[in-house]
Write a protein that binds this ligand. Structure first.
Ligand code: SF4
Ligand code: SF4
Length: 248
C-alpha cells in the first residue's frame, strides 16, 4: 500500500485501521512546503491486506494500491481476505480442512490432519519463519497438504524448503497443513516447542481427527498425559454430506 504525499494531510486516521497496528506508518514533511506533513507506510512491514484502503477512512483519497509484482504479490495473496489465491483458487490462507471431510475422506483413520497457523493481526509472519517451521515438520516425515498455498511455495516438499525469493516477504498469517500418523502426535508436540523457540512470530496448532467407532477422541489422552493445553471448541463435522468415498 502507498500514500500519495501530495494528497495526504497527515491526519493519521488510516493508522487505526492498519492490521499491523499502524506502527508501520511514519510522517514526513513536504520539502517544497515544510508546513505540510504526510504519512508514509513502511513497505517492509506492510502486508498488503488492503484493509486501510477498503475502510474508506481517507477523505483525501490518498491511499492507493500499486500493481504488485512477484514476489511482493505473495503478501496480498495471503493477507487480503478478498483475494482468490492464484494457485489454489481458494480465498484465504488454507484449504477447506475438515469442513468437507465427509465428502472427500481426506482425513482417514489412523491419521490426524494438522495445521500450524502462523502469525496474527498486529504481528504477521515472515516466510523465513514459515520455512523454519516447515523444515522442522518435514524432518518428522509429515505429508504436506497438496492444495495449500504454503505447500505450493515449497521447492522441496521432502525438506520443507520454500522458494528463496519469498523468504523476506511478510504476510498477515499463513497456514501449513499436513497429515501425520496418529502415533507421531507426541513427537509433533515436542517439535512444536522447539519451533516456537526459533521463530519470530506466534502460532497456534490445529488437529483434525475422526471420532473413533466407540465415540472417543483418540488424541485427548496424549494431551492429558502431557498436561498440555488443548481447546476443543473447534469445528465439528457431523457427516451430513454425500460421501464420494467409502470407508473400509
Ligand atoms: S492517507 Fe489519508 S487517512 Fe492516512 S494520514 Fe493521509 S490523509 Fe490521513
Ligand atoms: S495494506 Fe494492510 S498492512 Fe498495509 S498499511 Fe494498509 S492496513 Fe496496514
Amino acid at each position: 500500500m502507498k500514500i500519495d504525499a501530495e494528497k495526504c494531510v497527515g491526519c493519521g486516521k488510516c493508522a487505526s485501521y492498519c492490521t499491523m497496528r499502524g506502527s508501520i506508518m511514519s510522517f514526513g514533511r513536504n520539502p517544497k512546503n515544510p508546513a505540510k506533513i504526510y504519512a508514509v507506510i513502511d513497505e517492509k512491514e506492510c502486508v498488503e491486506c488492503c484493509v486501510c484502503l477498503r475502510s474508506g477512512v481517507c477523505q483525501q483519497e490518498a491511499l492507493y494500491q500499486p500493481e504488485l509484482s512477484w514476489p511482493r504479490i505473495v503478501r496480498k495473496n495471503f493477507s487480503d481476505p478478498l483475494k482468490i489465491h492464484p494457485e489454489t483458487r481458494i480465498p484465504g490462507r488454507g484449504t477447506e480442512e475438515m469442513k468437507t471431510n465427509e465428502v472427500t475422506g481426506r482425513f482417514k483413520r489412523g491419521f490426524y490432519g494438522a495445521a500450524l497457523e502462523m502469525g496474527r493481526p498486529g504481528v504477521g509472519a515472515w516466510f523465513r519463519d514459515v520455512e523454519k517451521a516447515a523444515m522442522a515438520l518435514a524432518s518428522l516425515g509429515v505429508a504436506f497438504e497438496e492444495n495449500n498455498p504454503v505447500t505450493k511455495l515449497m521447492t522441496d516438499r521432502k525438506t520443507g524448503q520454500i522458494n528463496p525469493e519469498v523468504l523476506e516477504e511478510k504476510v498477515l498469517s499463513a497456514i501449513i497443513e499436513f497429515l501425520i500418523p496418529q502415533e507421531k502426535l507426541p513427537t509433533l508436540l515436542e517439535a512444536l516447542k522447539k519451533i516456537a523457540e526459533k521463530i519470530d512470530t506466534v502460532f497456534s496448532g490445529d488437529i483434525i481427527s475422526r471420532v473413533e467407532k466407540d465415540g472417543s477422541i483418540s488424541y485427548l489422552k496424549v494431551f492429558q498425559e502431557g498436561s498440555r493445553f488443548l481447546s476443543i471448541t473447534g469445528k465439528s463435522n457431523v457427516g451430513l454430506g454425500r460421501p464420494k468415498y467409502r470407508e473400509d
